[in-house]
Design a protein around this ligand. Structure first.
Ligand code: DCP
Ligand code: MG
Ligand code: MN
Length: 337
C-alpha cells in the first residue's frame, strides 16, 4: 500500500480507507455481498467523518458501522494494518507460506512477499534475503522453535528464572502464564510475568535488565529477539532459553507494575481469541480493556485534542475485571476459544 505523506493525520486516514476498501474488494471477490456491503457502508460513513476515530466504541456509534468493522477500525488506527487482510490474501495450503510463517519475527506480509518472489525453502531465504538478526536466529533455530515444550520442562525454565530473580530480590513474584496457565500439556513458548508488591512502572526496566543479564551469565538465556513493534516499552523481553543439553526454547518475560497485575494476568493468560472477545465485550459496554487495565472511555469533547485514554476502572484483580464486565469468572483452563 502506497501512502503519500501529506501530513500524519491525513495519511493515516488515507491508510484506514485504503485498508477498508481492500477488505471490501476482497469480500466482493468472494461474492460475499453482505460483508462487502458492510464495508461499503462503513467507508461511506467514515468519508464524511472529520474527527479522528480511536476506539471501536466510537466507531460503533457511527451510522452503518457494526461491531466487527468497528474492532477492525480500531486495529488499523492502532497498528497501521489489519491482520485479517494479510491472511485474506494467503493460500493456507501453500507449503512455503506455512514454512515462512513459522519463523520467529516473520509476519503474514513478509511471508507472502517471499512466496510471491518464488522462494520455497529456508535456504532460499538465507541466501537471497536480507534478514534482521532476529529473523536469522528464527531460521537457524527453526526446528527447535517449532517443537512443543513439554509442560514439566516449561516448569523447569520457570523455576530457574524464579531462583535467579530471587537472588536479585526475594520479593519478586514470577508466574508462568500463557498456555501453561491454561493447563496445556505442552506449550509453544514460555511466558513469564514478573511483578512485586508496590512496584511502579519506572522501576520495571531495571528489574528486567538485571534479571536478563544474570540469566545470560548462567548460560540459561541464549539470545534476545526483537519484540513485536509497538509492544516493547522496556517491560517486555523476548528471547530463547535452554536447559542444557536441550533445544533452545522461546521465552517471554513481561514485567508489570503491581497495580496492573490483574489486567496483565488476564492478557498474558489468553488465549488470544478469548482476549479478543473479552475486549470486544468490554468495548460493547463502553469500556476499554488492555494489558494494563480496564478503562472507562472518556468521551471526546467538541475539541478532538481533548482525547484521553479514559479513567482506570480496575487493573489489580482479574476477578474484578470479570465482575465489572458482568461475565462469570472463567478459570484459565476454560479460556480457550
Ligand atoms: N496474546 C494476545 N494477542 C496476541 C499475542 C498474545 O492476546 N497477538 C496474549 C494471549 C496469549 C498470551 O499473550 O495467550 C501469550 O502469548 P503466546 O503467543 O505465548 O500464546 P500462548 O501462550 O497462548 O500459546 P503458545 O502455547 O503457543 O505459546
Ligand atoms: Mg505462550
Ligand atoms: Mn509467548
Amino acid at each position: 500500500i502506497e501512502i503519500v505523506r501529506f501530513g500524519a493525520e491525513a495519511s493515516r486516514k488515507h491508510l484506514l480507507m485504503t485498508i477498508l476498501s481492500e477488505m471490501q474488494r476482497y469480500y466482493e471477490m468472494l461474492k460475499d455481498t453482505w460483508r462487502s456491503l458492510g464495508y461499503r457502508k462503513a467507508i461511506a460513513t467514515l468519508k464524511k467523518q472529520d474527527h479522528k476515530i480511536r476506539f471501536a466504541s466510537e466507531a460503533r456509534e457511527l451510522p452503518g458501522i457494526g461491531d466487527r468493522i468497528a474492532i477492525k477500525i480500531e486495529e488499523i488506527v492502532r497498528t497501521d494494518r489489519l491482520r485479517r487482510l494479510d491472511y485474506a490474501k494467503m493460500d493456507p495450503e501453500d507449503e512455503a507460506l506455512r514454512l515462512f510463517l513459522g519463523i520467529y519475527g516473520v509476519g503474514g506480509v513478509k511471508a507472502q512477499k517471499w512466496v510471491d518472489a518464488g522462494y520455497k525453502t529456508l535456504d532460499d531465504i538465507k541466501t537471497h534475503v536480507r534478514l534482521t538478526s532476529s529473523q536469522r536466529i528464527g531460521i537457524e533455530h527453526h526446528e527447535d522453535f517449532q517443537q512443543r515444550i513439554p509442560r514439566d520442562e516449561v516448569k523447569q525454565h520457570g523455576d530457574i528464572a524464579t531462583r535467579v530473580a530471587h537472588e536479585i530480590d526475594a520479593e519478586l513474584k514470577l508466574e508462568i502464564l500463557g498456555s501453561y496457565r491454561r493447563g496445556a500439556k505442552d506449550c509453544g513458548d514460555i511466558d513469564i510475568m514478573i511483578t512485586k508488591e508496590g512496584v511502579e512502572a519506572h522501576a520495571i526496566t531495571e528489574i528486567l535488565c538485571e534479571l536478563v543479564e544474570k540469566l545470560f551469565e548462567i548460560d540459561f538465556l541464549q539470545c534476545a529477539l526483537a519484540t513485536p513493534r509497538g509492544l516493547d516499552n522496556g517491560t517486555k523481553w523476548h528471547g530463547a532459553s535452554k536447559i542444557s543439553p536441550g533445544p533452545w526454547r522461546r521465552i517471554d518475560f513481561l514485567v508489570v507494575p503491581w497495580v496492573e497485575r490483574g489486567a496483565a494476568l488476564l492478557y498474558f493468560t489468553g488465549n488470544d481469541i478469548f482476549n479478543r472477545s473479552l475486549r470486544l465485550l468490554a468495548s460493547k459496554k463502553g469500556f476499554r480493556l488492555n494489558q494494563s487495565g480496564l478503562y472507562k472511555d472518556v468521551l471526546r469533547g467538541t475539541d478532538r485534542i481533548k482525547f484521553t485514554d479514559g479513567a482506570l476502572v480496575e487493573g489489580e484483580s482479574e476477578e474484578k475485571i470479570f465482575k465489572i464486565l458482568g461475565v462469570p469468572y472463567r478459570p484459565p483452563e476454560h479460556r480457550i476459544c
